[in-house]
Every structure is written in structure tokens, then in C-alpha cells.
Design a protein. Structure first.
Ligand SMILES: [Zn+2]
Length: 248
């Protein structure tokens, strides 16, 4: 069956001298693995070799979902412009792509996740603060795949985290899937203590835009810990996002 879709390339590997295996996150079909025959030839149906973050309109053919689909066309939209100028922003985008690849299933569409991934790539490459955008995208991803932690109340006793209980201590526990209050923390050996700023930002994501770098790093560490628990391994790109480097 020939299918048209909109796609973002999230992984490529060389298949032969001239062809690539390309993992695409598509808007209406979900993630698909395709073979792009002849994509590395100077003249191909794909506007040149496909790279991670190539995006645009595709046509693909799949006879069976058990086998690789064949990419027939890829009309590439203009590439994100400045990704090569800012290594940290590029690493944040690669981390986003890795998480989409690891946490979504083939042929399981998430159109809203697709839209926010495209927007995340766009905004990051426009030079907006990459760490803030990465955190917001990671929270959207967790929500879309049904794994969003409870972030506005204690996941155990449901005490709400709000302005009236600012004296409460809050922790994050991956096993509890959310925040844990000071009264419950003893039951969760995997808990990590949160600063008040980090707990506030997690409870109200709007605060992330004005958060200090220290708070953003703290939250990203918590999210990486959570993704590591979900995947049973640390995401490959995690260390590039947490190592201190120049931040855009
Ligand atoms: Zn509690």
C-alpha cells in the first residue's frame, strides 16, 4: 500500500554504498523503518542523502508491517538552519529524537507528539533556550505515551503541592511515578530530594521559562533518572546534555 505522510527522520544507518535504512517518525502512521534505495546517489527521489531531522512530505510502500517499508519519495522541507552552530542545542535535539525512537512503537501514531517534536526542533534551532525546550518536550512525550508522573501532588498520599503548603518538602520517586511528600518519603528508597524551585517548576511547567540554569539542570537530571528507570538503561544522549558545556 502506498501511503503519504509527513515525517521527521530520527535515525539513519547505511545499508549499502547507495542506500540507507531510515527510521521516520510520521504524523499519522507513527514510527516506521524504511529502506531508502539509492538515497546516497547524487540524483535520488529524496533530495539528497537523508539525515537525522530531515523532514517533509513522504510517500512509502509497505506490503507487511513485519518487513521494512520502502521509502518512495521524500520532499524535504528546508533543513533547520543553525543546528551545527550550537552543539548543546544539537545534542538536545538528538536526545529528543532518541527518546521518540525508544519510547514509541512502530505504527502507533501520536499526531500531537509529532507536532510538538517538530515545534521543539524548530524553536531550538531558532536559538531559544534549549534546556527549557528539552524539558517541556520530555514532559509532553511522557504525557503522550501515558507515562507522565504525578507532579502537582504527592503520588502516594495525594497532598497537593501548591502555594499553601510551601513549607512541605518534596521528593521525586520513579517507582512512585511522581512527587513524594516529606511524610511519605521514608517508604520510597529511590527518592531524590527536590529543591523548592524544581518542585514548583514540575508542578507548574509555565515556571520553566523563567527558571535558573541550576534548577533546569536539576529537573533534567530527575527526568534522565526517570527515563533510565523506564528504559532500564540510560539514554545514550543523556551524558551530552548533562555535562557542562556552552549553553545556548
Ligand atoms: Zn505524601
Amino acid at each position: 500500500m502506498l501511503t503519504k505522510d509527513t515525517a521527521i527522520c530520527i535515525r539513519t544507518t547505511d545499508y549499502s554504498e547507495t542506500s540507507q535504512i531510515v527510521t521516520l517518525f510520521t504524523r499519522t502512521t507513527g514510527k516506521i523503518s524504511t529502506i531508502a534505495k539509492g538515497s546516497k546517489r547524487p540524483k535520488s527521489a529524496f533530495d539528497g542523502p537523508l539525515e537525522v531531522f530531515s523532514h517533509g512530505q513522504i510517500v512509502f510502500f509497505d506490503s507487511s508491517r513485519e518487513k521494512l517499508a520502502t521509502l518512495a519519495e521524500f520532499q524535504q522541507a528546508p533543513a533547520f538552519s543553525c543546528k551545527a552552530d550550537n552543539l548543546f542545542a544539537l545534542n538536545c535535539c538528538l536526545f529528543g529524537a532518541e527518546l521518540v525512537n525508544s519510547l514509541t512503537h512502530d505504527y502507533d501514531p501520536h499526531p500531537e507528539l509529532f507536532d510538538s517534536f517538530l515545534q521543539f526542533l524548530h524553536d531550538t534551532n531558532e536559538g531559544q533556550k534549549a534546556m527549557t525546550l528539552l524539558i517541556l518536550f520530555q514532559l509532553t512525550l511522557l504525557r503522550e505515551i501515558g507515562l507522565i508522573p504525578i507532579l502537582n501532588a504527592c503520588a502516594n498520599c495525594k497532598t497537593s503541592h501548591g502555594p499553601r503548603v510551601t513549607s512541605h518538602e518534596f521528593y521525586f520517586s520513579s517507582s512512585a511515578n511522581g512527587l513524594i511528600c516529606g511524610d511519605c518519603e521514608a517508604s520510597f528508597p529511590d527518592k531524590i530530594k527536590l529543591s523548592k524551585n524544581a518542585a514548583d517548576c514540575l508542578a507548574n511547567a509555565k515556571l520553566l521559562k523563567g527558571a535558573e540554569e541550576k534548577t533546569l539542570n536539576e529537573i533534567e537530571k530527575i527526568l534522565i533518572h526517570h527515563f533510565t528507570e523506564i528504559l532500564h538503561r540510560q539514554p545514550r544522549m543523556a551524558k551530552y546534555v548533562l555535562s557542562s558545556g556552552d549553553r545556548g
